[in-house]
Design a protein around this ligand. Sequence first.
Ligand SMILES: [Zn+2]
Length: 328
Amino acid sequence: MKVLELSHRAVSQDSIEAKKCFACGGPATSGIGEHIIPKWLQNECRLFDERLTLLNGTQIPYRNLTVPCCVGCNTGFLSKLESSVQPIFHRGAVLSGEDRLALARWLSKILIGVLVKETGLMFDRSQPGHGSIVDPGFIEELRHCHFVLQSARKPTSFNCLHGEFPFSFYCYNISDYRNGHEFDLSTNVAGQSIAVRVGPLGAIFINDGGFQMHVGAKGPFELSGAELSEIQFREIAARVHYKAALRDATHFYLTVENEEKIQIEQLHVTSFSGYLPGSDELRIFRDWNEAELSYAMSTYMRVERSKIFDEETQTCRTSLLLPRPFDD
Ligand SMILES: [Zn+2]
């Protein structure tokens, strides 16, 4: 089986439009499809009536939040993927690179699910106002996200420019979450980032080839690995999502696959807007703007913007400056 061919087939406008399996592009099995938020998690965190709000304002309960999938993928590698992350969440700690990769694959699956759901809505003919052409750049980025997901099917070696893996990943320990608040999810479709907390473990994945980790190995305020409160985790997520939306560059990849393994190589960086003015350095992120950040923080933290943004200094207040112990 040539995994990359399957993923290439899955990540095309035609496949998404025709509601093919999101993971292999083959015919989707009739039935409900793959739950974007898996059932074990819905059960453990009692999420059946929780909803995800899509870009067009539609709210979908997690129990109905599915993407087209074939029975082979659903009961095969995707099922194994679910089993691989459950012990990590139950333990509440990320102990190794293998754990990180397992979580990243799982988060990339949820992110791809959300992106496919959003993209599928754009093709919904009952809502013609939404248009029907998806930016080719978006499809290309989705393909990069699939590299991470598909590495669950076949041994994959990554050779990356900024670190071990072609993505950015941060994790946190949230010890004092409230009863009934076992789960937290936020995504940024434009920036292709996702933050999930299950009980005491919060994890953030950005499908950016590793750019955020390149400029900040431990993320906002260098807190990756630290112990945070619920609201602090939300603030970190807001800052990461905002930064992800500022990304102005992408990677060019070379992929090789044989029967035994896949090799993914990041060859070089391409900037969408080119070089920084008066410099030979590529622009990777657009300029950070505290006023813009305040809107992201207000949305993701569910706090009024006036409480976050200090008009006088034009800066955002932060909940992250109290010293916290580090894990590593
Ligand atoms: Zn499939």
